[in-house]
Design a protein around this ligand. Sequence first.
Ligand code: NAD
Length: 494
Amino acid sequence: MKATNNYLLPASSAEPGRAIPTDLLIGDRWRAGAEGQRIEVINPSTGEALASVADATAGDGIESIEAASRAASAWAATPPRKRAELLRSCFERMVANSEWLAQLISLENGKALADAKGEVLYAAEFFRWYAEEAVRLEGEISTAPGGANRIVVMYQPIGISLLITPWNFPAAMATRKIAPALAAGCTCILKPAEETPLTAYAVAQIMLEAGIPPGVVNVITTSQPAAVVKAMLHEGRIRKLSFTGSTEVGRLLLREAADTVVNCSMELGGNAPFLVLDDANIADAIAGAMIAKMRNGGEACTAANRFYIQRGVYEEFTKQLVAKMGAVKLGDGCSTETGCGALINQAAVAKIESLVADAVRRGARVLLGGAAPSRPGFFYPPTVLSDVARDSEILKQEIFGPVAVLLPFDSIDEAIALANDTEYGLVAYIYTGDLKTGLRVAERLESGMIALNRGLVSDAAAPFGGVKQSGLGREGSHHGIREFTEAKYIAVDW
Ligand code: NAD
């Protein structure tokens, strides 16, 4: 099964060149969209076109459902051990190919190479984790209270799964869905973001090389996601929609999914608070803040958006954060010296410019950065704003860039109220020297995930997901595979 329309990833010192498919993967074929249109992929570091990929129509979307449907019963009947071995082989191949995959991610997403390498290993981990989960999907048996029958519950594959992913982690958001879907016995269609389709096609290519049967994973890219996804959901055979992206699009998809009552998992936006208490170890808090704010250049749903610092350490924390963020080098993601790469597009730069301008209008002080450089590509520098007014837009919206917003607080109750004052609830960070205080604050924060004296929560072995308008359901861990199953109950006469 050879792709003919490829993007040739340039050879690097470590790797020979690599041909990445750019056509739709439907069943056992790589093929152009029905109307022959292409979508341009832009390199955010230069603003120039990098490649183009096939543009699927609604008809192509329906064909991908056909392909997933044809492969469904054989895949569901494949012994879990065999599915596990294939997923394990995907993990090994992804790790073996991590160098060029990271380069590809940096090229189409703009992120720094070190972040891209971290992403590839995190992405691969989902294959390993779900290779291990595939053989551990247990059912239940119990005695009905009346004693006359037994209750048997088995977890079966939910069915054809549509997986929609964003551009900020183009490899990890895909494998975090594909691996549990396949482990549970579902076939799937991946629809990656149009900004970063090459990584999705590269991951699919690696999966085919690892022996995943044709039709089990299909990939379509489209410039008309609303129309194509709507047609696919209304067709009736999709039984699961797993979406990662903005809350706005998540809401819209929940409405679309209602017509055919499709089961939905939603990983949506965040507005993470980062709390530093007076008794925190400031060096640790700064190290954590650098990860929570600067990983992926701030383009993460888990990115610390609002730093609430207790009055006693506010000045010291601010001084050290400005020094650390000021030392980060802005530049082309593919250069090994770059600490902070380009943003995804000009609209992202413009959004940050307007949020910063609004904060400054309301009295914020710019301690670092604060203006986009004039150079090709889509850049915004590491920026620190202090004394931000509480009604500023920047505290309400996802910043999605390297801008740290600092506010002092006096009491813990005040910090918790400020932290919870948002429609989002994905992740919250707490730094304190007292574990009991940390756990008590964690209990009161309205958030699906809490990082206690840590700058990172993501782990394939942990349940990732949000509360409030940050989402529905969990990815990763044993929770993630359950999202792709239905509980079937059998009442057994005894
Ligand atoms: P987005 O919502 O604009 O797009 C996400 C995906 O949805 C893309 O594949 C896009 O093509 C598709 N899409 C857009 N409109 C659609 C429509 N009408 N119908 C069907 N599909 C549609 O988000 P983005 O800008 O790509 O990603 C950034 C967002 O993702 C941020 O809000 C971020 O917080 C969120 N995110 C959340 C998590 C999480 O795990 N909670 C992880 C990463 C990113």
